[in-house]
Design a protein. Sequence first.
Length: 285
Amino acid sequence: MFQLLKENRITPSRALGQNFVADANTVRRVARLAGVGPGDRVVEVGAGLGSLTLALADTGAEVIAVERDRRLVPVLRRVLAEKAPAAPVTVIEADAMALDWPALLVPPGGWALVANLPYNVATPLVADLLDLVPAFDRMVVMVQREVADRLVAGPGDDAYGAVSVKVAYWAEAKLLGTVPSSVFVPSPRVSSALVGLRRRPVPAVLPSAVAPEDLFRLVRTGFAQRRKMLRRALAGLAVPAETFAQAGVDAESRAEELSVLDWGRLAVAIGACAEPPRAGTDQTA
């Protein structure tokens, strides 16, 4: 890896959060944990110099490698041509945060995301893909340990926050293992971890009960003042005291104590109390 960077006069970009995986055992481990093989369709974001790309293609899976750094793309293509992996790889020069995913992912279902995600885009990218790209039914991502903890956290955990609720709404997430900094070039100052996410057949809270954007807005409001009791954290929404009881949620609990199902019930109850009276009903009672 050092030699490849030196030969091509490439210095990893801090702005792009570039830390390349330089250990063959690690990339094989990621491919194995992803459980991909012949007949599977995989997208890798941040393909870099191709170490994970080769491991994924060697499983026989169809791979689309996305890389935004124009310095790396020709090197990546050359590496793939020289190594001749078991399955062909399509290389796309693009920013994953701005990709037209529906146009890329054809057919529109059954895709896996397997990636060593740059630290600066990991959380927003995972959140956006869960929100907007149902074609991905599973993901295995290598991220900063702090990010991994937030993705898999449950109620009461120190790392539990709004993004944890969003992940739990769309998917089941689990920590697959840790990754030492020594396998990266350059070696980061933070530890990394592997997270597996599998999209639920239906969201944890049915969209017919409450729209996801309304639910997530409520969750963000609650966590904006996470140390306050809910009745105070949500004071700006003018939530009647009886609404908490209706939802089966303690008004004196805090945002970090509520599961995605608790948030769903509260959102439904708030929506119900906000509905205007039906025509013909007595509004003076």
